[in-house]
Design a protein around this ligand. Sequence first.
Ligand code: NAD
Length: 372
Amino acid sequence: MLETEKFQIFNPVRIVYGKGELENSRDIFGVSQVLVICDPFVSTSEYFKRAMEKYKSVFIYDKIVPNPPCEMIDEIIESVYEYSKGAPKFDGVIGIGGGSTLDTAKAISSLLVSEGKLSDYIEGKKRFDRRLPLMLVPTTSGTGSEVTNVGVYTLNGIKRPMTSPTFWADVALIDPILTYSMPRRIAATTGLDALTHAVESYWAISTQPYTEGLALRAAKMILESFEASIDGEEWARDEMAVAATIAGVAFSQTRTTAAHAISFPITSFYNVEHGLACALTLPSLIRWTYKFVSKKMDDFASYLGLKDVEELAKKVEQLMEYSGFSRRLRNYGVKENELEEIAKVSMEANIINLTPGKPSYDDVLRILKEIY
Ligand code: NAD
């Protein structure tokens, strides 16, 4: 039986997957004078340099820091104008890196042809209505940012997600070779992010059959390859690259739910990596939401070859342990008397209302105490 009376599907991003495709990126993107926003480790790699030789001109900005602060984005705009001595002469923008870099490239491609600062757009004072052509190339397998219309930025010390129609890229280029250099910890935190996307998209009250299929497939691939991926096996890195993008397409339609909402203060206040911050509450949320989506989650567990939902919650805990991560908030510098503030800030993210059962402040506080 259909749970939704109406739904629509809209994802205009062309997705290109292939090992070694970065070297063909000039032809795939169809743009010759590019501004490249990338992670510092990307700009020094021979593989990247070879790919960039195919372009007519390349200006590289590689000083990206995680959880991109608005001030950094304003600085990039300034350096681009300085480099261009006036109007920038780029035909397009390429973002190559983790989610922080891809989100930065989304903002830059819009800001270069718009007035004002990013904070004006986050606060809703202005809306983007155009951007330069944009290609996003992930080097982590987690955020799915390459296929979403979301950007997450740090404004006044707090992470703030925003959506914009200009944040859909023209091309998402998935070349898993770029993920092979991920150290174990980054492969683990980003893999947990992808798993959280699949689970949250599947149970979100905004879900629909199209995204459920994507979420199921992504979750299965992630459970099958997570451990080998963090151990550095290339076949598993390839699987994770595809799975993270599929999970990204799923949540690009449904958005995410409580695990992401609660992750924002945990990352902003305690500097816990995004995917790990999401995974901390995921097992508790799997157990808490079950009473609202029992049949659905039974199907999810069964598709994954698990006995029941409890086994799914335990599986997430086991993956965290395999990764070497504590499941206790106290081990991330959180003080017990700070849980209320975390719960308060979590409730400010609208996506929390997409969680089955719509957790209240008290529910969130209870979950935080459970994992304290
Ligand atoms: P990240 O981009 O913050 O990068 C973390 C670290 O990993 C950086 O130091 C980076 O240089 C390094 N790194 C990345 N790829 C590497 C590689 N292949 N080899 C070696 N080092 C590598 O991490 P992330 O988890 O990819 O992104 C997290 C950000 O994305 C957060 O700000 C989060 O809120 C955001 N996000 C956005 C969306 C969206 O739809 N826009 C979705 C989920 C998360």
